[in-house]
Design a protein around this ligand. Sequence first.
Ligand code: PLP
Length: 499
Amino acid sequence: VRIPLDPDSRVPLYRQLEGWLRDAITTGALPVDSRLPSSRALAADLGVSRVTVGTAYAELESAGLVVAAVGSGTRVAPVLPTTAVGAAPGDRRGGTWPAWQGSAETSEPAEAGPRGPDVVAFTGVGDPAAYPVAEFGRTIRQVLAREGAAALSYGPDPAGDPSLRRTVTQLLASQGIGVPPESVLITSGSQQALALVCQVLVRPGDTVLVEEPTYDLALRLLRAAGAQLVGVPVDGHGLRIDVLADLLEGHRLSDRPRPRLLYVVPNFQNPTGASLSGSRRHALLELARVHGVPVFEDDFAGDLRYSGRATPPIKSLDDGGHVLYAGTFSKLLMPGLRIGYLVVDGPVRRRLVEAKQVTDLGTSLLLQRALDRFVTVGRYQTYLRRTGRLYRERRDALRGALAEHLPDAGFALPAGGLFGWVALPAGVRSDALLRAARDRGVDVAPGSRFFLRPEDGGGHIRLNFAVQPKERIAAGVVRLAAAVDSLRVTPSGTSSRRQ
Ligand SMILES: Cc1ncc(COP(=O)(O)O)c(C=O)c1O
């Protein structure tokens, strides 16, 4: 135990020790009911007398913070006195943190939604109940048995495990992207792929073009990089190329610097579920080429298609290094792996690999090796087919439930992915609906999260249909419909407050 005691202080050692333990208990660093070391062991560790430790423990006991029982030693009290609970660690220094820490304000949405077995949460990514826990556990054990300590090293290359990169190129080839393994950079999820691109390409004040609405954490990341975000609207066929063309032309004609990046989610977009049409993909690439703007293609749900024909990725059309393509195993497998990849060619590749190296020295080699094996022995493909069937059923269940219980809400069936985008009945706003829905034990993502100006998203909510079993989807939509009904505006102009 390393407890900082100062033998030269005027404060007696037992008081110093008691003060340190008191802080540790009241802040929760020493959890309730946890066992303290014996006074003999602690005295030996700290180089103080047993009397010093015994006196500190006695003081804590009389304050009700610890209990001593013959035979089981001294433990933190199972229930702390109310006066002791909730003290912040900073209280010890007079309640203030150093000024450089600034405020705790962030762009994070204020409060997390309700959770618990009775809550139907249409939020999150895939369904954890479907994760291949046992199979993946077996794979990790096999990797450790075969490769031993080598699997626990940093690995030979910060760009990623060579074998996994080869495997990724095979998966990419099946999508129409033909690149060598050298073009693949393994990242900690596609979020890191975007973060690295920001690090290398985007400087504070640069203009970055985004679809609107778009994935909220991309907006937050780009804003954190200091980018000036300009939105391009999305319709049922994805990003509006006509608006993009006008915007880029406007930049060309003015002396404003050209945008530094275009961030686009072409398949089953988050949050709208829309997919960019084939002709728009060609047009987008042509605009990127003519105007010299790199495209970040975020293919976050890749193969999770339930209907319709696959459209080739923009990257598959690009032979000139205009597109940075990001894929991830988060949605197709498990987000906790934190493994994604960036496909990039040309001189910028080295700068991105360097950014990756100085950021985290590489993604966990053990997990890369395990993932590689999981894919190469075919377990991944089996799992993908299974979840594809499961999520398609759930998508259809959501469509059915909405048609039955919220017939005046707008819903365009997404061809794949995880999200459905619901246009709310007239007069119902998403932030008020979020509160009413949460009160009824159902959680949704309000549309406001996905727009540059939150008020523009007031007419929509995003529902993740992949996380809940079919029966719960129906139950959740019934509750949601009740929440919507409570907010409907009656002909007299007042809210109906129907329950
Ligand atoms: C559109 C989109 N891109 C990227 C990500 C980040 O995923 P990850 O970093 O887990 O690959 C998400 C996560 O939800 C997403 O929805």
